[in-house]
Design a protein around this ligand. Sequence first.
Ligand SMILES: NC(=O)c1ccc[n+]([C@@H]2O[C@H](COP(=O)([O-])OP(=O)(O)OC[C@H]3O[C@@H](n4cnc5c(N)ncnc54)[C@H](O)[C@@H]3O)[C@@H](O)[C@H]2O)c1
Length: 448
Amino acid sequence: MTKKRYVIVGTGGRAISFIEPLVTRHAADAELLALCDLSAARLAHYDALLAGSLGYRALPTYTADRFDAMLREQRPDVVIVTSKDSTHHDYIMRSLRAGCDVITEKPMTIDAGKCAAVLAAVDATGRRVRVGFNYRWQAYRTRVKELLAAGTIGRVRAVNLEYVLDMRHGVDYYRRWHAHLAESGGLLVHKSTHHFDLVNWWLDAIPDEVFARGQLDFYGRANAVARGDEALTRYPRYTDEPAAATDPFRLNLRDGGNLESLYLRAEADSGYVRDRNVFGDGIDIYDNMGALVRYRTGELLTYSLVSFSSREGMRVSFTGDRGTLEYHEFLGTHIIRGQSDAELDREQSTADRPSEFIRVYPHFQPSYEVEVERAKGGHGGADPALMANLFAADAPADPFGRAAGHEQGAASILVGIAANESIATHRPVKLLDLLPLRPTAVRLSELI
Ligand SMILES: NC(=O)c1ccc[n+]([C@@H]2O[C@H](COP(=O)([O-])OP(=O)(O)OC[C@H]3O[C@@H](n4cnc5c(N)ncnc54)[C@H](O)[C@@H]3O)[C@@H](O)[C@H]2O)c1
């Protein structure tokens, strides 16, 4: 059997989650041909890893200006896009036009214009885009889908989803490009795309209208000064800054490991500073957000995201005609830094009082907990499950419809994009006014 041929663009922290399974577990079905990134130093980091501990081989590397040359010379079947969010649409469209399929990290892109351009490019080329919604592939979340689809609480009418990001993970967004709307779409796109996708998929529903509020209450210079934390604002970055030695928000890139070789040594050729002061100037995203989402099928989602919590995780409650289902997931957190699945497992096992459960409260009957077997690997076992589905020639059937294409990718980001618009205009925003995403479709599963 011929192996499927892959290249990757964007070799930062996340890329390892694709590179490692491609060249190890799935090497019989897949061949990784080449890497592309803005930074030659980051490419060298991954090449050393490939030729070293991953036991593969050093690969041809291409700087971003030579992306099209990579496609011409390597002739891949599939391009994997793991670059900064604001660049996804460009690489997706160039890959499709070169005759390749695409696997893109979430968010598919960050605004309505770019989203429309991606959808048009798929239509024009007939090629396929898959969005790496790893959240769907975690065992508990899959079980929630199964329970709701089985009618366990009747027809679902209301969903409350509260997500909190903690002082390791939440804070990290404000050190990097994520802190700028133009680069990430803000957390309502960058992060909430996971949550909006989960709700779309759990309900098998298509979002229709969004009203949202968002504010910056904690990060940024002005908030720190107002709290009496002016001392934390005095340096532009943390590494090699003596005054930051006891700053609890610091990140030290000089770690003699992945952070140093992926980011510190790559500053000169990419200009990307990974450890900016989270109480600096120029942050234009929100850290405290709420949205009310109405679906084409009538359900209401009440959503909140706070990124300066001391806890990390989510509480979701579904209320249906015949009862309530609650899903809680508080497993701790990690910072993406090129971690392997084994490293992630170690960090997750040290989470502060980790807890995850599903409990069903039927009307007029005793409540009960639903048993779920916990899986191992990155993001609670979701990463290896998704990778097997993406790369294995004999991937098991997926009765839960967890694979998402470009239209389902759009259905999720459009909620965040509409929320950003609603925050700016103080008005509810109809998703169909942003983009005509299959206006006659009713269920998410009707979308590719
Ligand atoms: N599904 C998940 O759980 C998950 C987790 C983390 C990150 N991600 C996604 O993965 C992507 C990468 O995130 P990350 O954490 O690795 O960020 P990162 O900052 O570590 O890496 C981003 C990479 O993109 C490269 N880049 C920037 N502009 C580029 C350009 N014009 N051309 C080519 N390369 C360019 C940078 O040089 C860097 O190597 C993001 O889209 C993010 O949303 C997904």
